[in-house]
Design a protein around this ligand. Structure first.
Ligand SMILES: Cc1cc2nc3c(=O)[nH]c(=O)nc-3n(C[C@H](O)[C@H](O)[C@H](O)COP(=O)(O)OP(=O)(O)OC[C@H]3O[C@@H](n4cnc5c(N)ncnc54)[C@H](O)[C@@H]3O)c2cc1C
Length: 473
């Protein structure tokens, strides 16, 4: 952008939305700089806080006419750098467009605005006697729009699927301001292309999500949670296969020994006298639970070496606190990976990558845990002060292993800016080409979350002030 065009853009936005919703300079909050990957370093020139779908539409129409690039921000808990303003002129932050619009108890659906904090939507569902199946550790800050844009996973996927499996209808605004309102509330609707799926998981590159109709489930009457110590990965797989027969299995989370030692020490939690190489949190919820009997049988069969059943909500929360592993955030320069691989290969992959990383970076710390039933593990790598070339080498070791096992470089967090150069490790050239064609069709000027997931053309980053680059014209 040049200065004359900047002033025209700002003037047009202020005229359409009013001064209160269009912020510049010192009025832009510092949180706009980076998501939870902590890799963002720039503030945008203009920060817009729409209060309505019409505001989003007007803002995009004006930005598109000025060929000004836009980045969408939800709760900024993303871990792929996708919401970080890198070279964009404008941020559209969705926090003011929040609130549950309707809960239909007969149909068991919730119509919700994109800026609603996930936990607020969960509480609204509970107050009406329902469970909102979408749940993740960042529930207190992430927004429904961000969850949809990233197709978030979490700990309930085992029972209810990913975010995309819990959506009936969606409303989104295209780059040119067109509102696509597809707020379907039917369980069944086979009237042509399922347009909502274009926007779910596309990380704000094809449109800004403004509202959604989500599925609700019955609130479980009871719940039981246990922490188990196991001796081998084979036992973990056998236990999971057996647990599949339990009614209402609602979580099966694996922690490798090194992760558990680190996190339980930080949480001052001592579970067992013996150290086990694998620790499982298993949870059952529903009308009735029989977890205790199941674990007793598994113990007799020798699959479980030790088990602790939560006697109180406080104890259950402690198990989950250890599993959430927030203390890992204290490790210097933590890099978090969210890969998925065929479940039978997960332990072998973890061993191979840990060994390969330690061979090149002797002081490296690697912790592994994850949603094993979904074939998804998180690798948390701290190598201290590494330069860009060393970081690239670490990424390559982690993703080479994924490619060798024919896995996916992102199970949950998405591609954003941080994984873009590795997308071809998991997607073939024809798939990438179709993604580019879709992007060009929906956003011909490339203004929306440019360069997230894929590049559609080389970008000139040299000619923009404040690090801002020109979108494709
Ligand atoms: C402690 C912690 C635990 C986490 N646990 C999980 C987990 O278990 N599973 C999981 O999947 N993720 C997890 N995450 C990652 C993160 O919380 C999710 O990716 C979440 O869905 C992001 O939501 P957000 O509102 O914060 O989005 P943001 O970080 O603001 O944005 C994420 C992406 O979505 C785009 N976007 C945001 N809102 C919209 C919108 N309305 N329309 C279009 N595009 C939009 C942004 O441009 C960006 O590309 C975790 C993160 C933390 C910090």
């Amino acid at each position: 952008m040049n200065r004359a065009n900047d002033a025209k853009l700002l003037g047009a936005l202020q005229q359409a939305l009013g001064d209160q919703l269009v912020l510049t300079g010192g009025r832009i909050p510092a949180k706009a700089m980076s998501d939870r990957s902590r890799t963002g370093h720039h503030l945008p020139m203009i920060y817009i806080r729409p209060r309505s779908v019409q505001d989003v539409s007007s803002a995009l129409r004006i930005c598109n006419a000025h060929r000004s690039s836009v980045v969408v921000q939800g709760g900024m808990t993303g871990l792929a750098g996708g919401a970080n303003p890198e070279c964009e002129d404008v941020v559209i932050a969705m926090d003011l467009f929040a609130g549950v619009e309707e809960i239909d108890s007969n149909a068991a659906t919730m119509t919700v605005r994109a800026g609603t904090i996930l936990e607020d939507a969960q509480k609204a569902a509970e107050d009406s006697g329902f469970l909102l199946p979408i749940d993740l550790g960042a529930r207190g800050s992430c927004q429904i729009g961000g969850n949809l844009a990233t197709n978030a996973g979490g700990v309930r996927v085992i029972n209810h699927g990913m975010t995309r499996d819990n959506v009936l209808g969606l409303e989104a605004v295209l780059a040119d301001g067109t509102v696509i309102s597809s707020l379907n509330r039917m369980q069944k609707n086979n009237t042509g292309y399922d347009l909502k799926q274009l926007f779910i998981g596309s990380e704000g590159t094809l449109g800004i999500i403004t509202r959604a109709v989500l599925k609700l489930k019955s609130l479980p009457a009871c719940r039981a949670t246990a922490l188990c110590g196991l001796r081998s990965y084979e036992d973990v797989l056998l236990l999971l296969r057996n647990a599949g027969k339990l009614m209402g299995l609602s979580a099966f989370e694996l922690m490798w020994g090194a992760f558990f030692r680190f996190s339980s020490k930080a949480e001052e939690f001592r579970a067992f006298e013996t150290e086990y190489p694998f620790l499982i949190i298993i949870e059952q919820s529903g009308e009735a639970v029989n977890l205790e009997e199941f674990l007793a049988t598994m113990f007799e069969e020798g699959l479980i070496a030790d088990a602790l059943i939560a006697k109180s909500e406080k104890e259950r929360e402690k198990f989950w606190k250890v599993r959430e592993g927030l203390s890992l955030g204290t490790l210097p320069k933590l890099i978090e990976y969210d890969v998925s691989l065929p479940i039978g290969s997960l332990d072998l992959y973890a061993q191979e990558v840990t060994t390969a990383l330690a061979a090149e970076f002797p002081s490296i710390h690697v912790s592994v845990f994850g949603h094993i039933a979904d074939s998804n593990i998180h690798l948390c790598v701290s190598a201290g002060q590494v330069d860009a070339a060393e970081k690239h080498r670490i990424n390559t070791i982690v993703y080479d292993g994924v490619r060798n096992h024919r896995g996916s470089i992102s199970a949950e967090h998405g591609i954003g800016l941080l994984k873009r150069e590795y997308l071809s490790y998991s997607r073939n050239p024809e798939e990438l080409n179709l993604m580019r064609r879709l992007k060009k069709t929906l956003d011909p000027h490339g203004i929306l979350n440019p360069e997230r997931i894929i590049c559609i053309a080389p970008t000139d980053r040299s000619g923009c002030s404040n690090g801002h680059a020109h979108p494709q014209r």
